[in-house]
Design a protein around this ligand. Structure first.
Ligand code: AMP
Length: 454
């Protein structure tokens, strides 16, 4: 992808070339078209990802040429340093335009800032407190703002700017584009986003120093139609010596696929719930809470629903289907190994996904080891929950790996919920459907829970 593919005007492309940038960063590739479309944007990105150009470049384009005295773009940022940095970037990217950028922050004399406001600007970058002071003195006019950016929104909330932000927002015209950038998603951020953004495009990229190094990544080659069987086997036996799985976050590409897989897992006795954009907020919250509380073992998620999921001590992420965009893979696997812990990411790769895996490896500059596919039984009903007997079992002709003791996770800690046999770590895997480690029932057919959930 090139900057010229993003629909930016020649003057902006020239300024970008002057800065020496070759290609857009992932956040720029995603955010620039979204901002240009005029939609509200919720972006998860940290400093260092190139996010400033991600919103400044398209906003400069939307502004066109200089007009009037009052700013049409307002960028709120938490600190002087960041505010000054954003303004510097806006001036650099806008050097071939006649647009004016003004910067306002506290701790310095108000006078030059008032003079600047009197002369007029198109883009105003400000810290909230000083901006309110200047508005109250009649020096700043916010009545023409058409685009509002909250940069590092999480930091602004941490610094106690919430009331100032709300006050400023009330001073703006109702008709405007809103962009919100935040490195983290707390409940407060979610609430602010829900209040401020209308039908936002969600954009998220992994931090520069990705967690990829701390995540043990493995892949299995498996036919598409066998993935569900292998996944159930992995829950039972683990992927690479870690023992049976207590919990996993499983990614599918589509909402429908997420629903179907959650049903299939329930059909195989693994407590599961789907989480995706078609689910109500209440259902999503419930699924997440059930997962965090250990009441479900598999949370089957689509890309969009996974944004901002922060689940402590999540040992496993499964790419049931590989994402089309390599950055999404990095983001997905970053759901595990959070806050310095380690984790495992397992990808189930069908023959037609081999190219996607290569793209991912190229992006990460890292190979994902492909392990021999373990033997598994084909016993997971395909369709809606099957209340009849399971289909005939067939054994796959793949090398059988030694059975790992159950009841221990990657760190070798016994799970409190494991059954006595499992806790002893000596129970052989049942030949047919039987008791599953932990509190999950291994009986075929849907549990009461699954019936109500779907
Ligand atoms: P930011 O995350 O916006 O603070 O940007 C972090 C750093 O990346 C800044 O020094 C930018 O100048 C630089 N930068 C932004 N976009 C690109 C790009 N496409 N290629 C190379 N460097 C960039």
């Amino acid at each position: 992808m090139q900057f010229s593919d993003l629909g930016l005007e020649p003057g902006l492309l020239r300024a970008v070339a002057d800065k020496g940038y070759d290609t857009p960063t992932p956040i720029q590739a995603k955010a620039i078209p979204a901002v240009l479309s005029g939609r509200d944007v919720l972006a998860g990105a940290q400093t260092g990802t190139g996010k400033t150009a991600g919103f400044v470049l398209p906003l400069l384009q939307l502004l066109g040429s200089a007009q009037g005295r009052a700013p049409r773009v307002l960028v709120l940022s938490p600190t002087r340093e960041l505010t000054a940095q954003i303004a510097d970037s806006a001036r650099a990217y806008g050097r071939y335009t006649d647009l004016r950028t003004l910067v306002i922050f506290g701790g310095v004399s108000e006078r030059p800032q008032m003079d600047g406001l009197r002369q007029g600007c198109d883009l105003l970058v400000a810290t909230p407190g000083r901006l309110i002071d200047l508005v109250e003195q009649g020096a700043a006019d916010l009545s023409q703002v058409k685009h509002l950016v909250l940069d590092e929104a999480d930091r602004m909330l941490d610094m106690g700017f919430i009331h100032a932000i709300k006050r400023i927002v009330r001073m703006l015209p109702a008709q405007r584009q809103n962009l919100m950038f935040s490195a983290t998603y707390s409940d407060d951020i979610r609430e602010l986003a829900a209040r401020m953004l209308r039908d936002p495009v969600s954009v998220e990229v992994a931090p520069r120093n990705t967690t990829a190094e701390r995540v043990e990544q493995v892949a299995f080659r498996v036919a598409k139609e066998d993935k569900r069987h292998l996944l159930v086997h992995l829950f039972d036996a683990g992927a690479s010596g870690e023992g049976s799985w207590h919990q996993a976050l499983v990614f599918t590409r589509t909402k429908h696929g997420a629903n179907r897989l959650a049903q299939q897992l329930e059909g195989a006795g693994i407590r599961a719930a789907a989480i995706h954009g078609n689910k109500s907020q209440a259902a999503r919250v419930r699924a997440l809470e059930d997962f965090k509380g250990g009441r479900i073992a598999a949370l089957v998620a689509t890309e969009v629903a996974s944004r901002g999921l922060d689940i402590k001590e999540l040992p496993q992420v499964v790419n049931y289907e590989l994402p089309n965009v390599p950055e999404d893979y990095v983001h997905r696997i970053g759901r595990t190994a959070r806050a310095g812990s380690t984790g495992r990411a397992v990808s189930l790769v069908a023959p037609d996904e081999a190219g996607l895996l290569r793209d991912i490896e190229r992006t990460m500059r890292q190979t994902v080891p492909v392990l021999p596919t373990p033997a598994f039984e084909r016993k997971v009903p395909a369709g809606a929950p099957d209340r009849g007997p399971p289909p005939p079992r067939q054994q796959q002709r793949a090398p059988q790996r030694p059975q790992q003791p159950r009841g221990s996770d990657a760190r070798g800690v016994s799970r409190p919920s494991a059954s006595p046999a499992n806790r002893a770590g000596s129970a052989p895997r049942p030949a047919g459907p039987g008791g599953h480690p932990g509190s999950r029932s291994r009986r075929f057919g849907p549990s009461r829970r699954s019936r109500s959930a779907f």
